[in-house]
Design a protein around this ligand. Structure first.
Ligand SMILES: [Zn+2]
Length: 186
């Protein structure tokens, strides 16, 4: 797996989609070995719990980094957290996505089309969030001053590095799968 640079890359949906396509042929093995499904579900469950607790830890650490009075320390510790835990978060999120893909091989191809995905990505992110501002409060952590920038129909947080397109935003905000989010944005 390639080296990941920052926390925000968790939300590289396009990359995940490419991985999904690459993984598809392997879903045949699940049909041959149905017991693998049970094993994968169990693994998925444990990884998801781990991701939730990891995210909580990173958020707390980011909040702590933001408490520093001087800008250098604030920046320095935020970078340390991004490199240390951001990479780990990315890897965990990708593992989860892979398992979800393996467990639902036909979900995407049978229910949504590439045009649906494109339409969902083009849905105005400001309408989705319900704002007309360029900067809003980051959905990934608590903050007093808006760091979450909305530009070119993407969101990016200058404080924690969280980034998302419309699909990912909806997935995170409402705990939806990729397909569910795309359907809502039709
Ligand atoms: Zn943030």
């Amino acid at each position: 797996m390639k080296n990941l640079e920052c926390l925000g890359e968790i939300l590289e949906e396009k990359e995940l989609e490419i991985e999904w396509r690459a993984m598809t042929p392997q879903t045949e093995s699940l049909e041959v070995f149905p017991e693998a499904r049970e094993y994968l579900l169990d693994r998925l469950n444990r990884w998801e719990k781990y991701l939730v607790s990891m995210r909580r830890i990173v958020r707390n650490q980011m909040d702590w980094a933001c408490l520093h009075k001087d800008e250098f320390n604030k920046w320095f510790w935020a970078e340390v957290i991004k490199i240390d835990d951001g990479n780990l978060l990315n890897l965990v999120a990708k593992e989860i996505r892979k398992m979800e893909i393996l467990l639902t091989p036909d979900e995407k191809s049978s229910e949504i089309t590439d045009a649906d995905i494109q339409r969902a990505r083009d849905y105005p992110i400001k309408d989705l969030i319900g704002t007309d501002k360029d900067f809003v409060l980051c959905p990934n952590h608590t903050e007093k001053h808006p760091s979450f920038c909305l530009k070119k129909n993407f969101g990016y947080c200058f404080s924690c590095g969280y980034s998302c397109d419309t699909i990912k935003y909806l997935q995170d905000a409402q705990g939806l799968s990729f397909v569910e989010a795309v359907k809502r944005l039709r």
